[in-house]
Design a protein around this ligand. Structure first.
Ligand code: SF4
Ligand code: MG
Length: 350
């Protein structure tokens, strides 16, 4: 039930609240331990705000965040500070998230100075001391594939991919359980993106990490994700085990996003229905009534789509639950009809 609403301020003193941006507007999701949840949507759909709210870098307006059974929103500052090392973030643009005046050594040692070594590191590197911080920092550099000589250098001396490796090393130096990676590769060259995604996967195996990976591109999260959730205007519109979602997207918005991904093999005939998304994302300050996607949906059926909010629900008979319990959930009134071909794209202009 997570909601994050931002007040829109007006007036000379910006003291008048004229409305709210409903960045996250009633989202329920579960990230399973040791797995990767891929969260996808256009920019402005609320996915970054959701990620920040999970770490309480943003205060939720309503709803709860439970981390390993702990109600994060109820924690007092000191308890939250103690929890911080267990939940870390990797940002889109390492150049702006890494302080350019700090050497790599100081970037990696700083979190250790603030929070201290974890219990398991105290065994390995000795007690909290400058020497053990350095040893831990050097070990993290090695884990992300950078030489020890990188310690004395500065962020601008590295390529984009190497900088993201440093950002990842900084996120994992405290032995977190959960890493939220917000667009971790979208600032990188396509040739480097796969290397960073592969690194994240290797680290997950090595360190038992749990990931929430945020991306605007379905192709990026495909191979790394166990579960994928698709957001539109502050709400989750579809969620499924990754394979299932890519084989058979059921929400018109997901179908549209999917039809924008090129099929890389020229031998494979592309028989997918082409759907182009019309127009821009409507304002989250004033989302459309009923189904929020109705202003852009090529399957829109008058009245019901415009007036009634579709709940996220399973579709028995269309897509059965998977072994292991993860189900396919869709927020569309007509998902069954669309899946069975009884409703087709009805806009002759498309
Ligand atoms: Fe489209 Fe209606 Fe389904 Fe919304 S509920 S996605 S407008 S068909
Ligand atoms: Mg974002």
């Amino acid at each position: 039930g997570l909601e994050v609403h931002f007040p829109i301020k007006r007036g000379l003193l910006m003291d008048r609240t004229v409305g709210h941006v409903r960045a996250v507007d009633g989202v329920d999701l579960t990230v399973a331990r040791g797995q990767t949840y891929g969260l996808v949507g256009e920019s402005g759909c609320g996915k970054s705000t959701l990620g920040r709210a999970l770490l309480r870098l943003e205060e939720p307006t309503a709803g709860r965040v439970l981390f390993d059974g702990i109600d994060v929103g109820a924690l007092k500052p000191e308890a939250l500070r103690k929890l911080r090392p267990r939940m870390q973030m990797v940002f889109q643009d390492p150049l702006s998230s890494l302080d350019p005046r700090q050497s790599v050594e100081s970037l990696l040692v700083e979190p250790l100075r603030v929070h201290g070594l974890s219990a398991q590191d105290r065994d390995e590197y000795g007690k909290d001391s400058a020497a053990s911080y350095l040893a831990k920092a050097a070990a993290m550099l090695e884990v992300v594939g950078l030489p020890r000589s990188a310690m004395s250098r500065y962020p601008h001396e590295f390529s984009g991919g190497q900088r993201q490796r440093i950002g990842i090393a900084r996120a994992i130096v405290l032995n977190p359980d959960l890493v939220i990676a917000d667009e971790p590769v979208s600032a990188l060259d396509v040739s480097v993106q796969a290397q960073v995604i592969n690194l994240l996967e290797d680290l997950q195996d090595l360190l038992g990490l749990t990931y929430l990976v945020i991306a605007h591109d379905l192709a990026v999260v495909r191979h790394i994700s166990d579960t994928v959730g698709v957001m539109y205007l502050g709400r989750l519109v579809e969620e499924a085990p990754s394979d299932r979602l890519y084989e058979r997207p059921l929400h018109p918005y997901t179908i549209a996003l999917m039809s924008a991904i090129p099929i890389p093999d020229p031998e494979v005939e592309d028989r997918r229905e082409r759907i182009l998304l019309r127009g821009d994302l409507p304002s989250p300050a004033n989302p459309p009534s009923g189904c929020r996607f109705h202003t852009r949906c090529p399957y829109r059926q008058p009245t019901r789509c415009d007036t009634e909010v579709p709940e996220l629900r399973e579709l028995p008979g269309v897509d059965e639950a998977q072994p292991g319990g993860r189900t396919h959930r869709v927020a569309c009134h007509w998902a069954e009809e669309i899946a069975n071909g009884r409703i087709t794209v009805n806009d002759p202009g498309l």
